[in-house]
Design a protein around this ligand. Structure first.
Ligand code: NDP
Length: 286
């Protein structure tokens, strides 16, 4: 009999959102305004359009005011900078998010640096990544923070466990490794140059896959009883002319061996949005 359990990020994200709604309602009488999140989107990347719409809807559900700004793909760095400055100074705005990817002529790192670190809702400003590295309070990057929130909600304590993070991006893998380290896991970070990835992953009590390669983590790589967190979101053909979303983990077969596993969709994706809202509310309450 398999005993694997699903880590239900979608349900947990709803719980987090209702907690945030209550916090906002409690704070409103003193603050006289709701929290505000400004999303800057540049160009017409279709996936970004969907993500931004989802974020704005989630804001509406919890009572966060949205200050969206959509620039054409031809927008200059000076125009985006001016907007960032305006939002940094706008007292109605607690969180600012620069939706990535940006068109190729814009330098995302240079623009991110201009955000007020205390309004950096995505937690990607070097100051916030530095605070994470030092173990200091600060706005945490949303996807790895979402993973930690899932582990906490299901009473999975990383302390003393072997955690293997596959992927080392600044968006997911690196901050994920630091957060697991902060939670006292023994952390290994694997990447495209890692030798014998299967052996490295097989030693893990907790696996976090953040690669972007459909179903690359297979059952033979997973220790029985491991906790498997699938961050990957990959669009693949559904065999009927359409497409479906799959993670970096071969869900069906890994389900047979893991103790806990996140589904795709419905796992870490909704938690990422919930953590964006949480960062905004934290900045508002501070
Ligand atoms: P990146 O492309 O920035 O990073 C991918 C990482 O995977 C790199 O560190 C790369 O190594 C590593 N990698 C590539 N191929 C291999 C391989 N064969 N074996 C081991 N490691 C490999 O991606 P992101 O971190 O931005 O995103 C990863 C995935 O997570 C994507 O599917 C993305 O869509 C998804 N994602 C999901 C989110 C959510 O809300 N659930 C949020 C953000 C991302 P190297 O550094 O050596 O190149």
């Amino acid at each position: 009999m398999d005993t694997t359990r699903i880590l239900d990020g979608k349900a947990l994200a709803k719980t987090v959102q209702s907690r945030l709604r209550s916090q906002i309602e409690a704070a409103l009488p003193q603050r006289n305004r709701p929290p505000g999140l400004a999303v800057i989107r540049v160009g017409d990347d279709p996936a970004s359009a969907v993500y931004v719409r989802n974020k704005e809807r989630a804001c509406e559900r919890v009572g966060i005011a949205s200050f969206g700004q959509h620039f054409p793909a031809t927008a200059t760095a000076a125009e985006i900078s001016a907007k960032i400055q305006e939002l940094n100074d706008d007292e109605r705005v607690d969180g600012i998010l620069l939706q990535l990817p940006l068109p190729a002529h814009l330098d995302a790192v240079a623009l991110l640096l201009q955000l007020d670190p205390d309004k950096d809702a995505d937690g990607l400003h070097p100051i916030n990544l530095g605070r994470l590295t030092r173990g200091e309070a600060g706005l945490r990057s949303c996807t790895p923070a979402g993973v930690m929130e899932v582990l906490k909600a299901y009473n999975i304590d990383p302390s003393g466990k072997n955690a293997v993070v596959v992927g080392r991006s600044i968006l997911v893998g690196k901050p994920m490794a630091l957060m697991l380290l902060e939670a006292n896991a023994t952390v290994t970070v694997a990447h495209s140059r890692t030798q014998n990835l299967a052996d490295v992953v097989a030693a893990a009590d907790i696996i976090v896959a953040a690669v972007g390669r459909p179903e690359m983590i297979t059952a033979d790589m997973v220790k029985p009883g491991a906790v498997v967190i699938d961050v990957g979101i990959n669009r693949v053909g559904d065999g009927a002319g359409g497409y479906k979303l799959v993670g970096d983990v071969a869900f069906e077969e890994v389900f047979e061996k893991a103790a806990w596993i996140t589904p795709v969709p419905g796992g870490i994706g909704p938690m990422t949005v919930a953590m964006l809202l949480k960062n905004t509310v934290e900045a508002y309450l501070r």
